[in-house]
Write a protein that binds this ligand. Structure first.
Ligand code: CO
Length: 430
């Protein structure tokens, strides 16, 4: 199978990226290995020589780019998001109830909740701490092993359970992390121990705060008799993040090309690091120096917003418009919406179609049924705030926002192939 080496690399990335912080840290490693240079938003960027660079914000969003000021004729930009819906641990999480130790959680974004029950769960995220010199620092932790579970209520205690039971987000979703025991370390101590185990040289004095999430530690895998399906957590939208970073790193003579990975898409993108924040605008303004240069660079730029698309579910085909049913293994999906919940226009779709034709991989189309409402992406936000021509595309996926999603291996490789072509060809083509 020609996609096997790509899928192996991709599953490595997925496995090491349980949170947006880890997804950025992994991308960062990939870029450093390819000799990209890390920039700091707090330093001056005057006269950057041609080369590969990247910068992060909140440690959970990242912009990487090839910079070639002498050939500045717009940017070829691909955007995706690093976050996924899930359960976030509350600041005072410890609960003791009915002889069980539990952790209070908040729902982040819009996950499908039922798949979170009866599944071994782990915890990962970032921790802020003071070191021995009272300097505030942060570090990533990942327990990796299962440390929690949300048990269902037995069917004998709820005979209606299979007829559609509502899940109360406050009371039904509290994970168990052990049996109450006077001598067991508290949650803060567990976090501190894990931080020291992963960062023995941190000179940790005191943990102050954290962004920690529950996740399913069972690794992504290929499945089906011929291993054509990829299943795993956070396929939406780490499939696109990986394709973008790898395409940027491997592009030939990329000129001015950029990948933007945003956090907070699943909660509406309103944050300093999100797509409605100033991250991309700030980076472009700093590179273009003056307003005139910036404005004509934006007018010549092209943005591909890549985010997973709904493949038609074989058990529920009537949930799709009969003439716009993206199929697994049918190629990258171009998403259309007359009310511009997706930013695609006939012009930007035409450009993407040519890219796919030149890459010799298929595309297909998605339009939501008129009697259902569709989601949105970072595409319209970027297009509206910066005035860049934008197309919304994505890999067809089943069970979107479940704890484990399913896509086809060939479609994953197809997105990378198109992005590689996009970054490798001259911006003059548009
Ligand atoms: Co998404």
């Amino acid at each position: 199978m020609k996609e096997k080496p790509y899928i192996n690399e991709l599953t490595g990335y997925l496995k090491a990226s349980p949170t947006s912080f880890h997804a950025v840290s992994q991308a960062q490693q990939h870029l450093l290995n390819a000799s990209f240079i890390q920039l700091d938003e707090k330093s001056s960027w005057d006269d950057l020589p041609p080369g590969g660079y990247f910068v992060t914000r909140n440690d959970s969003s990242l912009i990487a780019f090839h910079w070639n000021p002498d050939q500045l004729n717009g940017f070829k930009i691909m955007g995706a998001h690093t976050d996924s819906p899930g359960l976030k641990i509350k600041p005072n999480p410890a609960i003791e109830n009915s002889n069980c130790l539990q952790l209070g959680v908040e729902v982040y974004g819009g996950p499908l909740l039922s798949p979170w029950f009866d599944r071994e769960l782990s915890i990962a995220g970032q921790v802020f701490y003071y070191d021995e010199n009272s300097v505030l620092r942060n570090a990533l932790i990942d327990f990796k092993k299962p440390v929690a579970i949300i048990p269902s209520l037995a069917i004998h205690l709820d005979r209606q359970a299979n007829k559609g039971r509502e899940i109360n987000k406050q009371s039904d979703l509290i994970p168990l992390v052990g049996i109450a025991d006077d001598f067991a370390p508290g949650f803060g101590q567990r976090v501190q121990d894990q931080l020291l185990a992963e960062h023995p040289n941190s000179s940790l004095a005191e943990v102050v705060d954290f962004d920690l999430f529950l996740y399913d530690p069972s690794p992504p895998s290929t499945t089906g008799f011929d291993l054509q399906l990829l299943t795993g957590g956070r396929l939406d939208n780490l499939l696109s993040c990986f394709a973008g970073v790898k395409a940027l790193v491997t592009a030939q003579q990329p000129g001015n090309a950029m990948v933007v990975l945003y956090d907070h898409e699943e909660i509406g993108s309103v944050s300093a690091a999100g797509a409605q924040g100033t991250f991309l605008a700030d980076v472009l303004a700093r590179l273009c120096k003056n307003q005139e240069n910036l404005k004509n660079t934006l007018a010549r730029s092209f943005f591909i917003s890549a985010d997973n698309a709904h493949a038609v579910h074989p058990n529920f085909p009537d949930k799709h418009d009969p003439h716009h049913m993206p199929k697994l293994n049918g190629g990258v999906v171009i998403k259309y919406n007359a009310n511009l919940r997706y930013a695609t226009s006939a012009k930007t779709a035409a450009i993407f179609r040519r890219l796919s034709l030149d890459s010799q991989v298929p595309v297909q189309e998605f339009v939501m049924r008129n009697d259902m409402t569709c989601g949105s992406t970072i595409g319209p936000v970027t297009s509206a705030s910066l005035g860049i021509d934008t197309v919304d595309v994505g890999i067809p996926t089943l069970a979107m926002h479940s704890i484990r999603e399913t896509a086809a291996c060939t479609d994953c490789l197809s997105l990378y192939t198109i992005m590689h072509r996009f970054f490798s060809e001259s911006q003059d083509k548009r």
